[in-house]
Design a protein around this ligand. Structure first.
Ligand code: PBG
Length: 336
């Protein structure tokens, strides 16, 4: 004899009964406009070149970069983050500050093409431009020299802002980088150029495929400047400094392995009214792509679920190599 059990506290399953009910009560809705597409442009390329460890992602030529930017804008993607791959490198990363350097040229190209329709962001870091592959300049003992690097970052920020970038992505993890770049911009009356601070950036194995994408020459690692994956509290210290130095948007990177850090940073940033971004990095992308290739994970569901998780953990903005595909999925329910 079946008797209905009393459920004085409610039946949560009732609201999961139909797709319409689930849609009505869904708390997190990732949208195309929240997504930022990272793009690589390589000096001297005539045709786009595939990146083996990132299926579907390429190093662009100047020409194909412009087309990719237009495609992303048409798909409704909210912004673009540009990375340059120069054909020559040196100890101080001259190519990053040279107005004719590939990244600064590419910023101009993209701003001319879609600058009124989207947010153009540029990576502000020296690692793609130095022959040793570190994010800063080295001292006589071969260590990354924090304060000498800040001087170069200020120069790089001015070059990128002059090229028309709307947002500078400070990814080098030098102490004081936000304050120094902000002061340089303000002194040149570039007060509208915003700073996206890579606030909590971890020394992560998940950046592996990116190193192929930018043909990094790095020997060793970045553990003396990027954060230790063992630590969460220091992300809040980094956040306090970035906010005090004038960061406009703060970011946690990588995303999925650091959702706990993202939640803590997002809660604190909300108290200051500052938007939070998260970067779903190359290794997060490649790991899933490898599983898609083998039929081990469902492509569309996995992409949408990871983006939903990152948004749910507190990121308003998500940098992802799936931005165009995800934008179409989120807006039209199809990849077409
Ligand atoms: C530094 C930079 C890196 C990434 C973005 N900016 C590499 C690093 O710190 O080693 C990684 C992005 C990714 O893995 O997708 N210029």
């Amino acid at each position: 004899m079946a008797t209905a059990a009393p459920f004085p506290a409610g039946r949560p399953r009732r609201l999961r009964t139909t797709p319409a009910l689930r849609a009505l009560v869904a708390q997190t809705r990732p949208a195309a406009a929240d997504l930022v597409l990272p793009l690589f442009v390589r000096e001297g390329l005539a045709e786009p070149a595939p990146i083996a460890s990132m299926p579907g992602v390429v190093q662009h030529s100047r020409d194909s970069l412009r087309k990719a930017a237009v495609e992303a804008v048409q798909a409704g993607v909210g912004g673009l983050m540009l990375f340059g791959v120069p054909s020559t490198r040196d100890a101080t990363g001259t190519g990053g500050t040279d107005d004719d350097g590939i990244l600064n040229v590419a910023i101009r190209d993209v701003v001319a093409e879609v600058g009124d329709a989207t947010v153009v962001m540029s990576d502000l870091c020296l690692d793609e431009f130095t022959d040793h592959g570190h994010c800063g300049v080295l001292d006589a003992d071969g260590r990354v020299d924090n304060d000498a690097t800040l001087v170069r970052y200020a120069e790089m920020g001015l070059a990128q802002a002059a090229a028309g970038a709307h947002v500078l992505g400070l990814s080098g993890m030098m102490d004081g980088q936000v304050g120094v770049v902000r002061a340089a911009l303000d002194a040149d009356r570039l007060t509208d150029t915003a700073i996206l601070a890579y606030t909590a950036k971890y020394a992560s194995a998940f950046f592996g495929p990116f190193r192929e994408a930018v043909e990094s020459t790095l020997q060793g690692d970045r553990r003396t400047y990027q954060q230790d994956p063992a630590n969460a509290d220091e992300a809040l210290r980094e956040l306090a400094l970035d906010l005090a130095e004038g960061a406009d948007i703060v970011m946690v990177k990588p995303a999925l392995p650091y959702l706990d850090v993202l939640r803590r940073v997002a809660d604190e940033a909300a108290r200051h009214g500052v938007p939070v971004a998260a970067y779903q990095v190359s290794g997060e992308y490649s790991m899933a792509e490898a599983a898609f290739e083998r039929g081990w994970l469902d492509r569309e569901r996995t992409i949408v679920e990871t983006l939903t998780s990152v948004r749910r953990a507190g990121a308003g903005v998500v940098l992802t190599y799936w931005a165009v595909e995800a934008a179409r999925l989120l807006e039209h329910g199809t990849r077409a």
